[in-house]
Design a protein around this ligand. Structure first.
Ligand SMILES: Nc1ncnc2c1ncn2[C@@H]1O[C@H](COP(=O)(O)OP(=O)(O)OP(=O)(O)O)[C@@H](O)[C@H]1O
Length: 259
């Protein structure tokens, strides 16, 4: 079942930031959340994560109102990788990844056990970080931090994983390996992305936001058309279809620079 958003609305200073979004998220799939800067992607992810309460409508998780589910149950099954993370913590990489195991402990104060260590190390390996477990978080590069955060979320072994632009800071090889990993996992993944070609190549479904509203939802071929890209981004694009049936975009010009 996974997520169902029903007419979800969130307003700040009288302005609708998320405006009446109704959508079902495919269980076990990789859903890409697209839209220009400021279109409401992060806010919608925070609403799906239960970090913000809808002011109108509701977010349901397996048919239950997210706001009414016990926080601990939600913390166990739902992992979030946010855009900005504090950089001044004095923890090792392994400590940070072990934070993902905290919701699974019987008592929050108990120390990590063997099982937690095994799972944390497995997550580090999946993110190509096996050699870094003793490094201090504060000494990592931006891309390494991003991958450690993803390893923390994987160590949690969630059934739903929400990510806000996880390819930020990653070189192309790490972007591809992350998207391969997200596409292969049986976890339900919703991720905000800016790169339309990568979103098209990897995602099962795309949600395209514009000014807080859901403009299009469905497989990449339905969502990424020359018309929607021009309407939402103000960018002219030439779109061809790959052998795998996915749109491939070549950008021609932007309304920001056209006169
Ligand atoms: N608490 C708030 N108070 C006022 N405005 C807000 C608040 N939170 C978000 N906004 C505004 O809502 C809009 C959507 O923000 P959001 O971060 O959801 O966009 P986004 O699509 O994730 O953008 P980006 O691609 O730049 O990360 C922006 O204009 C932002 O300034």
């Amino acid at each position: 079942m996974s997520f169902h958003a029903h007419d979800v609305t969130w307003t700040a200073q009288g302005r609708p930031i998320v405006d009446g979004i109704t959508v079902d998220i495919t269980p076990g799939g990789l859903t890409g959340l697209l839209g220009p800067n400021g279109s409401g992607k992060s806010t919608f992810l925070r609403l799906l994560a239960g970090l913000l309460r809808p002011q109108g409508g509701a977010v349901l998780l397996d048919g239950h109102d997210l706001g009414r589910l016990p926080r601990r149950d939600v913390a166990r099954r739902l992992a979030v990788v946010a855009q900005e993370v504090s950089t001044d913590v004095e923890l090792t990489v392994l400590d940070v990844v072990l934070l993902g195991r905290v919701p699974h402990r019987r008592r929050l104060a108990t120390a990590a056990g063997e099982e937690d260590l095994t799972r944390a190390r497995r997550a580090l390996r999946r993110c190509g970080l096996a050699g870094l477990e003793h490094r201090r978080w504060s000494t990592l590069s931006g891309g390494e931090r991003q991958r450690v955060n993803i390893a923390r979320a994987l160590a949690q072994e969630p059934s739903e994983l929400l990510l806000d632009e996880p390819t930020n800071h990653l070189d192309i090889a790490h972007q591809l390996s992350l998207l391969d990993l997200l596409a292969a996992t049986p976890v339900t993944v919703v991720t905000a992305l800016h790169d339309l070609n990568l979103a098209s190549q990897y995602c099962d479904r795309l949600l395209l936001l514009h000014e807080g509203r859901l403009i299009a939802a469905g497989p990449p071929g339905l969502v990424l058309t020359e018309e929607t890209v021009e309407r939402v981004y103000g960018v002219r694009a030439e779109i061809t279809t790959s052998a795998a049936g996915r749109p491939s975009l070549r950008f021609l010009s932007s309304a920001l620079t056209r006169h």
